[in-house]
Design a protein around this ligand. Structure first.
Ligand code: BGC
Length: 417
């Protein structure tokens, strides 16, 4: 028995990665710098990651061989512009070879220009609260397009500009400028960079109004630079869209967080060509704040409820508010139990089909993530990958879920039993 094929021709079936999480040795970046400071909130350093920087050819071949039709990955700004205004042709050529490998294997390229990580020099100059940042980002986008634009099929400017507000509601980051001196990591960073702690504004943890304005302006200027270089290319940003719900007493808080995290970013997507939706589960607020997962439900490796039904809700919300086509640019589960991952994917895809059959314009489903990799502050513990990686030998081993979803991709939606 198989579930029928309800997907439009050309629907993108992909897997995603992000440079810093897989490439290794992104030593000129702000996140690498933060990983190594006293008081760091990163569980361990990213180090060699899974050495995708050198192994991309085999990795891309494997992704195509499994049946996928698209590969979403990010460029590392810190490699391409290692000092402000100094662009590295050698690094641009590296990414050209990555894109060519995708072409060789028939993969549509979905390229993220900024996935959380910035050059260290940007952090030193006020990061994502500084008014110069949007123009600097747009210049980087224009340079990338000049060198690589012919091989980029779909462009994502910023990844999850809204995540910082969701994380703050979980109690992670989000300190206002005047409170940053009391956070050991921010004060250590400020001391090393020789700037005031109030000016430490990394992408993932900054929630001020200036942070919102700078991200939005960077997205728009970057988008315009990309469009100018390649008219007709679909450009959008990719958002962290949790299904935000209220338990009794938490209605007001849930409404506030839903507006801060989802709605205002979706409204700001209306002039884009698509919006990327990245959903992992639901977030429930009660009178006290973030509610713990209810007793007895299954949880992921971070202790959050496994709730794949969230994807359908967030696609509908995005389509209604943004009124542009939707691409699911991330969706997945951190688990050591790969059977549980396949169950999760089945429910998530049922949600995608329900949206399609209601006429919602969903253009693709890109799973997070191709390989087990560096899960930011959680280090290498959580396993989101469809493909396992032995980090001692860097050997890759596709899990049953990789074969399962690859088959869905190959058949444009027919699910193996
Ligand atoms: C990010 C990924 C991350 C994933 C799982 C998203 O927030 O874009 O980089 O690994 O979720 O937590």
């Amino acid at each position: 028995m198989s579930i029928g094929n309800d997907y439009p021709a050309g629907f993108l079936w992909g897997v995603a990665t992000a440079g810093h999480q897989v490439e290794g040795n992104n030593v000129n970046s702000d996140v690498w710098f933060l990983e190594h400071l006293p008081g760091t909130i990163f569980a361990e350093p990213s180090g060699d990651a899974i050495d995708h920087y050198h192994r991309y050819r085999d990795d891309i071949a494997l992704i195509a061989e499994l049946g996928f039709t698209a590969y979403r990955f990010s460029l590392e700004w810190a490699r391409i512009e290692p000092e402000e205004g100094l662009f590295s042709t050698a690094e641009l050529d590296h990414y050209r070879r990555v894109l060519e490998a995708c072409r060789e294997h028939g993969l549509t390229t979905v390229v993220t220009f900024h996935h959380f990580v910035s050059p260290r020099w940007l952090l030193a100059s006020g990061g994502w609260e500084d008014e110069r940042t949007p123009a600097l980002f747009a210049r980087y986008c224009a340079t990338v397009m000049e060198h690589l634009g012919d091989l980029i099929d779909v462009a994502c400017t910023l990844n999850e500009p809204n995540l910082a507000w969701l994380l703050r509601s979980f109690g992670i980051g989000g300190e206002p400028p005047e409170a940053r001196a009391s956070v050991p990591l921010w004060s250590a960073a400020a001391e090393r960079l020789g700037i005031a702690p109030s000016r430490i504004a990394p992408f993932q943890f900054t929630v001020s109004q200036a942070g919102f304005d700078v991200k939005l302006a960077a997205h728009r200027l970057g988008r315009d630079a990309i469009r100018a270089a390649k008219p007709g290319i679909p450009v959008g940003w990719t958002l962290a869209n949790s299904d935000i719900q209220a338990a009794p007493g938490g209605e007001e808080r849930a409404d506030r967080v839903r507006n801060e995290v989802n709605e205002r970013f979706l409204e700001a997507s209306r002039d884009d060509d698509f919006v990327g939706i990245q959903t992992y589960g639901r977030t429930v607020y009660d009178a006290e704040g973030l509610a713990a997962a209810p007793d007895g439900v299954s949880v992921n490796q971070m202790g959050e409820e496994v709730y794949p039904q969230a994807l359908e809700v967030t696609i509908r919300e995005a389509a209604t508010i943004a009124r542009v086509p939707v691409i699911v640019t991330e969706n997945g589960l951190a688990t050591e139990d790969d059977g549980q991952r396949i169950d999760y994917l089945r429910v998530a895809l049922a949600g995608v089909r329900a949206c399609l059959s209601d006429g919602i314009d969903v253009r693709g489903y890109i799973a997070w993530t191709a390989f087990d990799n560096y899960e930011w502050i959680f280090g290498y513990g959580p396993k989101f990958g469809l493909i396992a990686v032995d980090r001692a030998t860097q050997e890759r081993t596709p899990k049953p879920s990789a074969h399962w979803l690859g088959e869905v991709a190959r058949t444009n939606g027919v699910e193996p039993v």
